[in-house]
Design a protein around this ligand. Structure first.
Ligand code: FES
Length: 125
């Protein structure tokens, strides 16, 4: 019983006081709209949970389906080269005609302070 109450309080505390990062999302037919995204959130999961258009996570975040592509601004893309580099699996999945120089798989990115103020484009399906 005490652990249930403790977990509930902990979840409430986390929900109320978790640090958030302001990120603007847009697509060719939606937005731009700014969201306060909790740090540590998987970027694609957040986009999906907010019902933004054009993004799916068909493989559940295993970097296989390529349906969670997001186009980042060059500055953010370059910052993430160090902190969250593209893995070989992600690189293989990204390799297609739809890839831009700053495309990443949202399922492979966790939200950090590096995302503060960024604008992220959700490409058309
Ligand atoms: S969810 Fe399938 S590649 Fe990201």
């Amino acid at each position: 019983m005490l652990s249930t109450i403790s977990n509930a309080l902990s979840n409430t505390f986390t929900a109320r006081f978790a640090s958030t990062v302001a990120i603007t999302f847009k697509s060719n037919n939606w937005g731009p709209t700014e969201f306060n995204v909790p740090e540590g959130e998987v970027l694609a999961k957040y986009v999906l949970d907010q019902s933004m258009p054009n993004l799916k996570m068909s493989c559940g975040g295993d970097a296989i389906c390529g349906r969670c592509r997001l186009n980042l601004e060059e500055e953010l893309f370059n910052k993430l080269k160090e902190s969250q580099p593209i893995t070989e699996d992600e690189d293989d999945t990204l390799d297609s005609d739809e890839r831009t120089p700053t495309t990443r798989l949202g399922c492979q990115l966790k939200v950090t302070k590096e995302f503060e103020g960024a604008t992220i484009t959700i490409p058309s399906e």
